[in-house]
Ligand binder design. Structure first.
Ligand SMILES: Nc1nc2c(ncn2[C@@H]2O[C@H](COP(=O)(O)OP(=O)(O)O)[C@@H](O)[C@H]2O)c(=O)[nH]1
Ligand SMILES: [Mg+2]
Length: 318
């Protein structure tokens, strides 16, 4: 299935950074250090996201106004958009909220004017810049306040995001939630893993696609969410280490009291065919290695069976 997503926001809000992390598998820590040229105008690219073919347009705030002046240009740019994602630098909300609200209204008017069946989504991004002094931020309260202020007839979904390890889980979850509604394949993948994980304890599981983007995250109910940031710090570093070709690479490392196991079983393994998955990473707390291996086998079998069935129906249609 082909879908079209527009990533909109003022220069330097983080559009290109998000795009590179989510769709190009680029290491978030590298992007924090380096600085990209701020996006001006429109940049577009087509990405593969498992079974989805995703046209992603990166549009700066000013460009939105320019496009809107030209009727034909507008129709071409906005037609068939599945989702508008508007990115806000939340720490600037107090000083610039009127500008943000104007942009959001503009997007809403586009949806109405061209009768689009698009979702309107807001990212409150760079949330890490907000918690320098505070320990706990009440995100639910913030979301409610914003919804009250924008008062639109359609209620946008709001996600709190950031690229630093402490919060990056939420950025991946946001894209999973947005994209899962377009792909039965991703939906099933998540279901399979959730269901199998239920019978285990203290495990966190990540599926990466061939461009090393994280597409599915799943954890047992008893997995300590406070460990996630450590886990991501570790995985992000680990992602930099090239995979050993043709082997079932199994690296075991310790992070505090978290056992970390990285499995490359989906790569170059002749028994299982899932060309869309790069690997599945299992992070576990104090669980026996035998149990993890058993879990890996179960997931591997179910996922590859599902893939084969899916491929039969979708790739070889008469
Ligand atoms: N602290 C922090 N900085 C971020 C985050 N996301 C992006 N940035 C930084 O914001 C700057 C602008 O990002 P960029 O992607 O070029 O913005 P664009 O113009 O919207 O494409 C870069 O220096 C990024 O490293 C985040 O979540 N937290
Ligand atoms: Mg940019």
């Amino acid at each position: 299935m082909s879908i079209k997503i527009l990533l909109i926001g003022k220069p330097a809000v983080g559009k290109t950074t998000i795009k590179k992390i989510i769709f190009e598998g680029v290491n978030p820590l590298e992007l924090l250090k380096s600085s990209l040229d701020p996006t001006r105008g429109i940049e577009s690219k087509v990405y593969k996201w498992m079974d989805l073919e995703l046209g992603l347009f990166d549009i700066s705030g000013q460009e939105l106004n320019i496009i809107l002046r030209e009727e034909e240009e507008s129709i071409r740019s906005f037609a068939n958009t599945n989702a508008f994602i508007y990115i806000i630098e939340y720490y600037k909300w107090k000083s610039s909220f009127q500008e943000y609200i104007d942009d959001i209204n503009r997007i809403y008017n586009i949806i109405i004017k061209y009768n689009l069946k698009s979702q309107l989504i807001l990212f409150l991004h760079k949330i890490d810049l907000l918690d320098r002094n505070k320990s706990k931020i009440n995100f639910q309260k913030i979301k409610k306040e914003i919804l009250n202020l924008i008062k639109l007839p359609i209620i946008p979904k709001i996600y709190v995001t950031s690229i630093i390890p402490k919060y990056i889980y939420y950025l991946y979850e946001a894209f999973f939630n947005i994209l899962v509604s377009f792909s039965e394949h991703i939906y099933e993948l998540k279901n399979i893993i959730d269901e199998i994980l239920q019978k285990y304890s203290k495990i966190f599981c990540i599926v990466r696609n061939i461009s090393k983007s994280i597409i599915v995250q799943s954890m047992t109910k008893d997995f300590d969410p406070d460990l996630i940031s450590d886990v991501y710090r570790r995985i992000i570093k680990e992602a930099l280490i090239p995979d050993k070709k043709g082997t079932i690479a199994l690296k075991i490392n310790k992070i505090k009291d978290v056992g970390l196991i990285i499995s490359d079983v989906y790569r170059d393994n002749k028994e299982i065919t899932h060309p869309l998955i790069k690997n599945i990473i299992y992070i576990f707390e104090k669980t026996e290695e035998k149990k993890i291996r058993e879990l890996m086998t179960k997931i591997r079998k179910k996922v590859s069976n599902y893939y084969l069935k899916w491929a039969e129906n979708n790739l070889f249609v008469k």
